[in-house]
Design a protein around this ligand. Structure first.
Ligand SMILES: [Zn+2]
Length: 645
């Protein structure tokens, strides 16, 4: 190795190379060239020139990009993100199999040559150490990811696009998730009610899955798929995922031969945390995947290179018995690695994974490193992220998707570690973790490490014993907010504060300080949320009904019950408690707004419609209580006057 002669790009404060960019190069090539120059300039202060022509006499190393389409591998899902770096005496070539891989290939190249890293989006997340020279060792090196599909995202993630691309993430090449409502639009109900689920003796349009026995339903689904592919020929897969409701058809044909109690034990004895609950005993897999296979068979001939994508989720998250899944189907298996501190849960998840592998060739994971149930609140478990990705890779899983809302101020370690292990599942956790801490936080690395260790231990403690009450389903946000109080008790909060304080003190004045401040803001948000939650719990202590109960959030909540409840209470006490609660939520809201656009908290959170916000209800309650107080004060005055007479 050492004997190989270094090929320099920058040497003795001077560029000894140039980027060759032919005139007719595409936008992606131009961007890659500009980015290479920019990063090397940041590292060394030297600009590598970009040239559209090659001068034959010049003794400079030529850097160029090329695309060499991959040969289709039979057992692997497309796309292929393999790339090569060829380096010889006077030429360096970065060769990708598709243009979309270029930003990733360039980022990996820069990681190797100038140790560049992109921990989180934006300038602050970028780390390019200063250096004097840049060189590459001659030879040919092949790079390829452990997972073919790698995605951390949620709806429009354009603000993170650059960070995602550099870390090798891209959106799943599929049109959507839940899809039956698209196949069966409401307007079809008038002419074809038989396509919709029979529920309690009636065909229903909403909520509904579909009646798999209805004549023509397979053809209708095929037509839908054809339309999607005609409009979006670039897609690799089309979703045939059922809707996000239970409501499967109850007609005799659909129910024929089913064993409704199968897997019931699994759910009853399953340690909490994760998808599925006692109501979703998994016995519907046969019907969902029998139907999927029928559609898949029909699609095979016309679209030999395309796939159908179907969740394994809720009441169909176990593999069907007695059938194999067609090879042109991808199973999108829901899993929750953040629950894996519970050994039983981990074992059950892996058993299910292995069972799926026996019946399906193509499996990708649907993970919830963050989701709307724990909106952007820290659940730190980088060790589980690494463990699960290594496990998935070992069992031949081809892709991974997790919801990600851009809450880097709170959940940064989970996300960043995920990107590392999605690219290389064989990497060492210890090494990745320590490099990340040192590079991202410099002198504050040990204190930040300690901070995350405290949060990690808290999360572990909460789930390891399997008593995460009320959180069997992670989709209900209200219980999760309650669990937050259990997750971070006072003594933990104290420890965290001390840690962050020390981290700030030793972080210096530059970029490390700013990164620590980002974490401080993430924690500030967590504390403000905790405070607001506790104020609502204080209302419960006054005998208010459980606050984190869905109907309280509905705008049309019936306040009659509340009126009866407060009738006998001391209005001053009620008003005081409500004011405190409102002001706590206001304070949190104000803070959330101040973080907008800074990649600290979730963008989704900042859009009001997807979050828990009890302020309207609290304000209405306050208004009612104040009216009552005024009324009784008036009544008191009248009585008093009457007494005088
Ligand atoms: Zn039916």
């Amino acid at each position: 190795m050492a004997s190989r002669k270094k090929v320099f790009l920058i040497k003795n404060g001077r560029a000894v190379s140039f980027v060759y960019l032919p005139e007719n190069s595409s936008e992606r090539f131009r961007q890659a060239a500009a980015e290479l120059v920019r990063i090397c300039w940041k590292a060394t202060g030297v600009k590598i020139p970009i040239r559209h022509q090659v001068k034959p006499t010049e003794k400079l190393t030529r850097i160029e990009f090329s695309v060499r389409p991959a040969r289709r591998k039979k057992m692997k899902l497309p796309p292929d993100d393999t790339f090569w770096i060829f380096c010889q005496k006077d030429k360096l070539e970065i060769s990708v199999t598709r243009e979309e891989t270029l930003p990733l290939a360039l980022a990996r190249f820069l990681e190797e040559t100038v140790q560049a890293r992109w921990f989180f989006p934006g300038k602050l997340g970028q780390d390019i150490p200063e250096r004097k020279e840049t060189f590459v060792l001659p030879g040919k090196k092949r790079f390829y990811p452990s997972f073919t599909w790698r995605s951390l995202s949620w709806k429009d993630a354009s603000v993170f696009r650059d960070w995602q691309e550099k870390n090798g993430l891209f959106p799943f090449p599929v049109n959507r998730g839940h899809a039956y409502t698209e196949i069966l639009p409401r307007k079809l109900f008038g002419t074809h009610p038989e396509f919709f689920s029979l529920i309690c003796g009636k065909r229903r349009v909403n909520p509904s899955q579909m009646c798999y026995q209805a004549p023509g339903i397979v053809e209708l689904s095929c037509r839908y798929i054809e339309q999607v592919l005609e409009k979006n020929p670039e897609l690799v897969a089309v979703s045939l995922c059922p809707n996000d409701v239970d409501y499967f058809c109850e007609c005799a044909g659909c129910q024929k031969g089913e064993k409704p109690t199968r897997y019931y034990d699994y759910f009853v004895h399953q340690p909490p945390y994760g998808y599925g609950g006692p109501g979703s005993a998994a016995h519907l897999s046969e019907r969902v995947f029998r139907f999927t296979n029928k559609v898949a068979e029909k699609m095979k001939e016309k679209y030999p290179d395309k796939y159908l994508l179907v969740y394994a989720y809720g009441c169909y998250n176990h593999p069907p018995e007695g059938m194999k899944i067609s090879d042109n189907v991808i199973i999108w298996l829901t899993s929750t690695c953040l629950g894996w501190w519970n050994k039983k849960r981990r074992k059950l998840d892996i058993e299910r994974l292995k069972a799926w592998r026996k019946v399906a060739r193509n499996i990708v994971i649907f993970e919830a490193l963050s989701n709307q149930a724990w909106p952007e609140l820290p659940r730190i478990a980088p060790a589980l992220v690494a463990d699960s990705l290594k496990t998935y890779h070992r069992y031949g899983i081809q892709g991974f998707y997790s919801q990600m809302f851009g809450d880097f101020g709170t959940n940064l370690p989970n996300y960043y570690l995920a990107t590392r292990f999605l690219w290389n599942a064989r990497a060492s956790y210890r090494k990745e973790w320590s490099v990340f801490l040192k590079r991202c936080f410099g002198p504050a690395a040990s204190q930040v490490g300690k901070y995350w260790k405290i949060l990690s231990a808290a999360w572990k403690k909460l789930i390891a014993d399997g008593t995460l009450e009320g959180a069997r389903s992670i989709i209900n946000p209200h219980y999760e907010y309650l669990q937050l109080v259990r997750l971070y008790p006072e003594e933990t909060i104290e420890k965290v504060r001390t840690c962050l304080q020390k981290a700030r003190e030793i972080s210096g004045q530059g970029i490390y300080r700013q990164r620590v401040e980002m974490l401080e803001k993430g924690w500030r948000y967590t504390e403000l949320t905790l405070k607001a939650v506790k104020e609502c719990l204080a209302l419960e202590d006054l005998n208010f009904p459980p606050f984190y109960f869905a109907p309280w959030l509905a705008p049309d909540y019936d306040f009659r019950f509340y009126k009866i409840l407060v009738r006998g209470m001391d209005k001053r006490v009620v008003i005081h408690a409500l004011k405190r609660a409102i002001s706590a939520w206001e304070e949190r809201e104000k803070f959330v707004r101040s973080c907008k656009g800074k990649h600290i908290l979730s963008q989704t959170l900042l859009e009001r419609n997807r979050r828990f916000d009890p302020r309207p209800v609290l304000k209405k309650m306050l208004q009612i209580a104040q009216e009552w107080k005024n009324l009784s004060a008036k009544a008191g005055n009248i009585n008093q006057k009457g007494g005088e007479v």
